[in-house]
Structure formats: structure tokens, C-alpha cells
Design a protein. Sequence first.
Length: 370
Amino acid sequence: MKNFFKYITIISSVTLILITSIDLIFGKKIINFLYSDDKIVKNPIYHHDLDKNLNKKIIYNNVFEYSICTNNHGFKSGCNDKEKTSKSVNYAFIGDSFTEGVGLNYAETFVGKFKNKKKNDQIINLGVESYSPKIYFKKLEHLLNQGFTFDRVIVFIDVGDILDENRYFIKSNGTVATKSTLKFVNTVYQEYSELYKLKKILKGLLPLSTIFYNKIMTVKLNSNITINGSNDKREIKDNYLINSRWTYKNKFSKRDQIWVDKGREDAVFFMNKIFELSKINNFKLSLAVYPWPSQILHDEDTGRTELGEFWESYCIKKCENFLNYLDYFHQLKQEIEKEKIVELYYFKNDVHFNQKGNDIIFKKLLETFK
């Protein structure tokens, strides 16, 4: 019996070491192979972009299929758009995955709808998933250097931009790069315990193990946890996302203050750089903010989260327009239950707007830019 347990212990130890070694060395490559949608390419100046001349189907969240097409510059566009994009642009939209319109065909996105109504204007979508103000600035600067001109630039600021600003840095050569896992964890989780930081570092170094762990925790959360008497899985999922937690009134952890302050400082710095570009290159700057499901579900008081107040204050004397969709969705809560709003306007178990959500964004845009 002793030999049996000895063999089991040896086999288990060897297996664990083997799995950990494979994960450490090949984990990221395996993840990229299994989960890559092949639409993102590296960019030597502003980190990443959509590939040029795409015309393909993508499975979103392993649930449904949508088409993504890009033009000769790598801007998301209609799959039937034949003409080459002029460098003289009337409206340039930039943001992250919300602006890109992940999960939606171009015509279903707010940029696509806006372009369909303003057929005589040159309209481009510069939004790409995981962008933040550092990348907004570097991409706009690069395009201006390439001969593009803009009449208007509309920046859609995301809830998660503050965290992402801690993720990226500008190298000495002026290009955007990603911090190492160690540097990122030490930036964002400075005030947390060493054990907590070690766990975050291991998650970054062992991606396969992290995915397996997250799937187990998701099943556990979905089966066992209710919040405020609700079993809404979207509320549960979003409540655990550090990206959005900083905006909840009276729900913010003091331990997160350092990275929030640093993220906001960087975000304002690079938005100011975009404002400087607007003055030098004679284009009008507008800013838009919008809620994740968490802002709708958690901000019970005034509907004006930290996000809206912060950027509205920034926009004074800098922006042609400030589009506050946070207020709009708060007003909807006078007519519709907040859980129903999330169900109607967001993808299920996701933070992104569905087609109906994009329609709301589009209608306010059309009203603002008549």
C-alpha cells in the first residue's frame, strides 16, 4: 500500500510539473492557436490593428457567427464597399471593441448606421478591441502623418480604458508596448497582499491553467451565487470585473486607488495630446461615454457614475460635443426595469451592446450631428 501511494505521488508530481512546464512555455501559443480569430495584427507604432482587406466569418463568444470586413487601411467597413477610402475624412470614430462593433456586421454597428444615413460624407471607424487613450493618440497621430485629414474626431471612452492605460506604455522610440505581467501586476495591485499578487502573476504566466480555473469558477458562481436577490449571470460576471468596479459609487476599494489615479492621469494626458492634434490639424473633437451593464445595475443614485462626471468635466472648453449615454440609460430606468434594459440592449453574458444597443448610440449621434 505504501508503494502504491508512493507511485501515485510520483506520477501526480511528474504530471503537475509537465503540465505546468507546457503551460509556462507553450501556453500563450496554444491559446492564440485555439482562440485567435485572425483579425488582429501587430502594428509597429500603435500596438495592434485590424488586418487589411478582411472578408471573413468569425464566431463571437463561441455562440454565433458574424462577418467582419476591412478596407485597404484596415478600417472596419461594409463587405460590399468597393471604393477605396479617401484620406479626406468628415467623421472619424475611434474607441475600443464597443466602437469596432464586435459581434456585429458593419451595417448593424452605430458607425455603419451613421454612415448609411450620411451617404455623402466620408466616415471611418478606427475602433479596435483593447484600445485605450495611448493608442487612440498614437493611431490618430500616425494617420495624420500619413496624409489623412479629419473634420471631426469622435472618441468613445470605455469604462475599461482606465485599467488598460496601466497595461500599455510608450517606449523611448515613441511606439506603444504592453507591460510585462510582473510590471502590470505591481502597478495595478500595489496595495494588495503578496499572495494575491503572486496569484495574479501566475495567472499571467499560466494561461491554460487560468482558463481552466475560470471555467470552474464560472460554473460555481452561476450555480451558487445571487446578488441583491437576483440570479442574473451578467450581474454576477460583471460584478467581479475590476475594469468597471472603479465607477461604482460607494463600492470602490481603497486598494485600487493607485492604479485608478495613474490610469486617469494617463488617460487625460493622452486625451490632451489628441486635443493638441485637433488644434494643430484643425479638426473638432467630441467625446462619448456609455455604460457597461454594471453602471445600469449598480448606480442607483443619480445615474451619473464617476465615469460620466470625470469626462464631462474634462470636456469643458475642449470638446465640440459631449455625448453622455450614461444619462440616457439612467432615464430609461424610469420606464423599464434595469435588468430588462441589460437584457434588451446587451449581448447575453457580455458587456457589449447588441444591435439594439448600437441603435440607441446611432440615434443620439444623428441627433447631435444633424
